[in-house]
Structure formats: C-alpha cells, structure tokens
Design a protein around this ligand. Structure first.
Ligand code: NDP
Ligand code: 8X3
Length: 250
C-alpha cells in the first residue's frame, strides 16, 4: 500500500484528493492548520484506509519541522508528496497591494512548499523512489492584471517544480507540476477575505473546474507505471481559454 502526504487537505483540491486516494488504497498523512477539519476528515477516511494527521502552518519553518518529527515511524515511507497548500490573498495592482498579503502568499505558496519538501526529500532519496506533485496554477504560466504577487508565487512553484525534476533525477524520484485554471473551492473566499458574494461571482455563469476534477488528474498522474513521469500539466475549464477569457452565459 502506498503512502501519500497531502498538504492543504482540509479543503478544496487537497480534500478531494485525500478522499479519492482513500478510496483507492492509499494510506494518508493529511495536513492543514484547521484541527477540527483534520479530525473530521480523519474520522471519515479511516473507515477506508489508515490515516494520520499533522497540524501545522506550512509558512512557519519550525512548525513544519516539529510536526514532521511527530510523524509515526510506520508512516515515514512516503511514496507521494502532494504540495497543494496555498492560496491567493487579495487582488490588487502592485501600487495598491497590501504588503501583508504579499508576504503571506510568498511565505505559504513558495517557502511553505520548500519547507515541507526539505523534510520529505531525504526520505525519498533514501528509498531511491518517490513522487512529488506540485500544485501550481495557470497563474504560474500567464500573468494577469492584479494577480502580480500571486502569479509570482506560482511562477516560482513552476520553477521549483522544474528544479526538483533536475535535482532529484539521479535519485529516481518523479516530479510533476499540475497547473489548474479556475477551480470552484474556498480559494476565492480566502482571496476576498470572506466576501462570499464576490467569491461566488468568480464561478458564476459557467462551469468551473471542480476539486474532484483535479483530484482525478492527480490520481491519474501518480498511478502511471513507474517509468512514466507526466512532468507538466495545464488544465482549464472548457469555458476558460486564458486567465481573463472566460465564456459566461450572462
Ligand atoms: P482552498 O482554499 O479550498 O484550500 C486551500 C488549502 O490550503 C486548505 O486546506 C488550507 O488549509 C491550506 N492552507 C492554506 N494556507 C496554509 C498554511 N499557511 N499552512 C497550511 N495549510 C494551508 O483552495 P484550493 O483547494 O483551490 O487550493 C489548493 C491549491 O490549488 C493552492 O495551492 C492554490 O493556489 C491552487 N490552485 C487553485 C486554483 C483555484 O482556482 N481554486 C487554481 C489553480 C491552483 P488550512 O486553512 O486548514 O490550513
Ligand atoms: C487560481 C486560478 O486564475 O484565480 O490559481 O489565479 S486564478
């Protein structure tokens, strides 16, 4: 049975991936900050597979390292790491942007991904095997107005994904970047700081990608035969053709 370590498992893409993986015989290490959600998900998915949880903020290096030390020995052979935790904070021009938002995005989306990877890569090197899936974004492929720092954080994820592929190549470790367009999750609630009507508008008038669509793709990518590495994958809703080109009904 394979073991998957999923960051950002309390919501959206991470939660859908955890659920799909539980149904497909993966053991799970589920991570996030919201303890109640972690416990509820552990309770639900434990009916199907072995589950452990780690509560930490990916942007806090000492929290990541300390949480990792608590990982039960039996869960330390990690086959798949899904670097998914992340969010956008705010949507504004650089001149109007909030510096706290910038720091949050760079700390979580970039440094958080690095802190978690740094804990897990040595174990994968020891095993001469492993699969790291980095959840980037189409925002890491194409900049859009007001997206600036969020886009920069996802361009960085794209660069780190390519770097990992090169650096870990000699250790037989697979690395994949998955870059979704608009996915209907709590993402926009976070971006607009709880303004749910503004968040709803982002996904109204067309069929956005669902978290389950991305989970399905992640599962497909990690279950290919070991000699196959899908390295970079961009996925949009059919109604979206670029960052700003979305065909809406109204
Ligand atoms: P959600 O807001 O639904 O989920 C985000 C997850 O990340 C939550 O589980 C949250 O858990 C976790 N998270 C956020 N900040 C931290 C932190 N500091 N420490 C630990 N965990 C954290 O959004 P999505 O599911 O949409 O987002 C998942 C990933 O997909 C992100 O990297 C996002 O950038 C990317 N993405 C999203 C797209 C979209 O349109 N929705 C499109 C392209 C990429 P908790 O709050 O419990 O810590
Ligand atoms: C999330 C998609 O277009 O809101 O990464 O940046 S977008």
């Amino acid at each position: 049975m394979k073991t998957a370590f999923i960051t950002g498992a309390t919501s959206g893409i991470g939660k859908a991936t955890a659920t799909l993986f539980a149904n497909n015989n993966f053991r799970l290490i589920l991570c996030g900050r919201r303890t109640e959600r972690l416990s509820a998900l552990q309770k639900e998915l434990s009916k199907k597979t072995e589950v452990t949880t780690l509560q930490f903020d990916v942007s806090k290096r000492s929290e990541v390292e300390n949480a990792f030390k608590l990982l039960p020995e039996s869960f330390k052979k990690i086959d798949v790491l899904i670097n998914n935790a992340g969010n956008a904070h705010g949507l504004a021009t650089l001149q109007d942007g909030n510096i706290d938002d910038w720091e949050a995005m760079l700390d979580i989306n970039v440094k958080g991904l690095l802190y978690v990877s740094k804990c897990i890569i040595p174990l994968m090197i020891e095993n001469n095997a492993g699969f790291i899936v980095n959840i980037g974004s189409t925002a890491g492929k194409e900049v859009y107005r007001n997206g600036n720092v969020y886009c920069a954080s996802k361009f960085a994820v794209n660069a780190l994904n390519k770097s990992m592929r090169l650096d870990l190549h000699e250790y037989n470790i697979r690395v994949a970047g998955i870059h979704p367009g608009l996915v209907e999750t709590e993402f926009s609630d976070v971006r607009f700081k709880g303004d749910s009507s503004r968040a709803k508008q982002v996904y109204s008038g067309y069929k956005a990608l669902q978290a389950e669509d991305i989970a399905d793709i992640i599962h497909f990518v990690v279950t290919r035969p070991y000699h196959v590495n899908i390295e970079d994958l961009v996925v949009y809703p059919t109604a979206q053709a670029s960052a700003t080109m979305v065909r809406k009904d109204n």
